[in-house]
Design a protein around this ligand. Structure first.
Ligand code: F6R
Length: 602
């Protein structure tokens, strides 16, 4: 789980690499480094800590060049130290490498190289790559052959970029870790993700699994495993560099919470037909006529979106389950099973493993993802994009809303396909409210009292989130967001479960956020009262006009909408409470400790 960047043919390789690394920092931020070719050789600078620390070091002493590679790391093998930071070099420092992924057979390669007299300077799996390439060069191979031979010996996942002193070329390979080329009038960039080079170009070429790229000024050559040249179109991405910056906001998370109205408008755009049917570009009518069961697989926030989506589909009469991807088993897969991987990044290792298992078991698969060209999008039979735009804050916010709405649309299409194209009976009413959802979200953002609530409760010892039906996944999500960025103890429960155990934890130092946005407020009210009589403070998150009685110490209101959508409005309030509480506590909101945005390890 790391970010890689390379620039080729640049006037300012050092500056561009550092910009690229800052844009990739969300992929990992425990150490960083760059290598540039300059007159005297390959200059490597790397450092444990944030990219800003690397920048300070570099400002003092690196002479610039026209070609270079860079890396921002989230440790998998070896702790975050200067030595373990990338780039890694061969023993003569002729070869420098950056790598994202895991080399599973690195120990065997390392033993072989040690037997040949090589010494290792780091504890990483990556260091075998530059040594092995140099080993093959010393055996008489050309650089490209040595690189391809080395890559052929690697088991595991990798996006790797390599530079050899004295050439103007960067060599790259991809297997199960993302890699994309930015194209800018004879200059090129290679990166784990498009935002890395959006400051310089929006023209991209995606590298597929098993492919190699040879890149030098004015020349990009992509080849497949067998050495055949691959002809791939250059695509223009729609995200702008401005969109990936923080703009006027103090944090990406706050910016992304505030982008939800626009993100949802994008999610819905052009997808609801005038006749009340769903028009999902990826799926012509009838696509799912043979489906009799849906299984969602996902992790973290995406799993909560999947739980929410599964309830919506079940209510439409479609047998649907949601599984944590890391717990998924394929025993219920049959001919009529559709497995839907829900993943913002499209790169989450647990989700990709579940997706692949589902494919092996014969299921038809869909990836519901935010990242065009991500591994999930490429590997699933179909990709359905949530169109939320880039999300940089580690805590997922706007993508949860867009995921749920996308799953709701998918549910409507499934129901239509199973009913020979007839829209669901409640479709018109649902879509009418769905179209209003961006405005309702804007209202929540304008009127919220989340900051005041955070100021009142930020010194509690424990935070509970409770709800029923689609409020339950929102309660889970509220608690995940809260613990993730405040580092305080938070738990989400189905309201009805409180009395079956968790109530024992309730004291006057507990704040309970109780959701009253669905159709079962009466029961939740009893559960909230049980906590209130045991001295907990109750914050109701309620639809306008709901009677939340005297037990609620505070209320966060949301506009009235369709009950299937109301949980999304409640979730925005809870996101804001987490945000403001974390801010009051002085947490690193966009990069919470121990976490990374894209979890590409199992
Ligand atoms: C929480 C969060 C994580 C991700 C999870 C899955 O705020 O961001 O729990 O939701 O790691 O990531 P994706 O959706 O990229 O598969």
């Amino acid at each position: 789980m790391c970010g890689i960047i390379a620039c080729i043919g640049s006037d300012d390789a050092v500056g561009e690499l550092l910009t690229g690394l800052e844009n990739l920092e969300y992929r990992g931020y425990d150490s960083a480094g760059i290598a540039v070719q300059n007159g005297s050789g390959i200059a490597v600078r790397k450092k444990a800590g944030k990219i800003s620390e690397l920048k300070d070091t570099i400002a003092r002493d690196v002479s610039n060049g026209t070609i270079g590679i860079g890396h921002t790391r989230w440790s998998t093998h070896g702790p975050p130290t200067d030595k373990n930071a990338h780039p890694h070099t061969s023993r003569t420092e002729r070869v420098a490498v950056v790598h994202n992924g895991i080399i599973e057979n690195y120990e065997a390669i390392r033993r072989k190289l040690i037997a040949e007299g090589y010494e290792f300077r780091s504890e990483t799996d990556t260091e075998v790559i530059p040594h092995l390439v140099e080993y093959y060069i010393d055996q008489g191979m050309g650089v490209e052959e040595a690189f391809k031979t080395t890559v052929g010996e690697l088991d595991g996942s990798y996006a790797v970029a390599l530079m050899v002193h004295g050439t103007d070329t960067v060599y790259a390979a991809r297997q199960d870790s993302p890699l994309v080329v930015g194209v800018d009038d004879g200059r090129y960039y290679l990166a784990s993700d498009v935002p890395a080079f959006l400051d310089f170009t929006d023209e991209v070429v995606y590298i597929e699994n098993g492919e190699f790229a040879r890149v030098r000024p004015n020349e990009l050559v992509i080849t497949d495993r067998d050495g055949n040249v691959v002809d791939r179109d250059v695509e223009t991405v729609e995200w702008s560099a401005e969109e990936t910056g923080k703009g006027q906001y103090a944090h990406y998370m706050l910016k992304e919470i505030n982008e939800q109205a626009d993100a949802l408008a994008n999610t819905i755009a052009g997808r609801i037909g005038e006749d009340g049917t769903v028009e999902l570009e990826a799926f012509p009518p009838g696509t799912f006529g043979g489906i009799d069961e849906v299984e969602f697989v996902a992790c973290g926030t995406s799993y909560h979106a999947a739980l929410y989506g599964a309830q919506l589909l079940r209510r439409a009469g479609i047998r649907t389950y949601a599984s944590l991807a890391s717990e998924y088993d394929t025993s219920t897969v049959s001919d009529g099973t559709l497995v839907v991987a829900v993943t913002q990044s499209g790169e989450t290792a647990d989700t990709l493993t579940a997706l692949r298992a589902a494919q092996d078991a014969g299921a038809e698969t869909v990836a519901v993802t935010n990242v065009v060209g991500s591994s999930a999008a490429r590997e699933a039979d179909h990709a359905l994009y949530i169109r939320a735009g880039p999300e940089i804050g580690v805590a997922a916010t706007k993508t949860f809303s867009s995921q749920v709405v996308t799953l709701a649309l998918l549910g409507h299409q499934l129901a239509e396909d199973l009913e020979q194209g007839r829209p669901r009976e409640d479709a018109a009413e649902f879509f009418e409210e769905l179209r209003k959802l961006p405005d309702h979200i804007a209202t929540v953002l304008e009127t919220t009292r989340a900051k005041e609530i955070s100021e009142e409760y930020f010194d509690k010892k424990s935070y509970f989130f409770i709800g029923r039906d689609n409020e339950f996944p929102v309660a889970l999500e509220g608690a995940l967001k809260f613990k993730e960025i405040t580092y305080e103890h938070a738990e989400g429960f189905a309201s009805g479960e409180l009395k079956h155990g968790p109530l024992a934890l309730v004291t006057e130092e507990t704040a309970v956020f109780a959701l009253f946005t669905g159709q079962n407020g009466r029961e939740t009210r009893k559960n909230a009262e049980e906590a209130h009589t045991r001295s907990a403070d109750i914050v109701a998150v309620a639809t306008d006009g709901t009677d939340v009685g005297e037990f609620a110490d505070n209320v966060l209101w949301v506009p009235k909408t369709h009950p299937d959508l109301a949980g999304l409005l409640a979730n925005v309030q809870l996101q804001l409470v987490s945000y403001y509480t974390a801010d009051l506590l002085g947490r690193e909101i966009d990069k919470p400790r121990n976490l990374a945005k894209s979890v590409t390890v199992e």
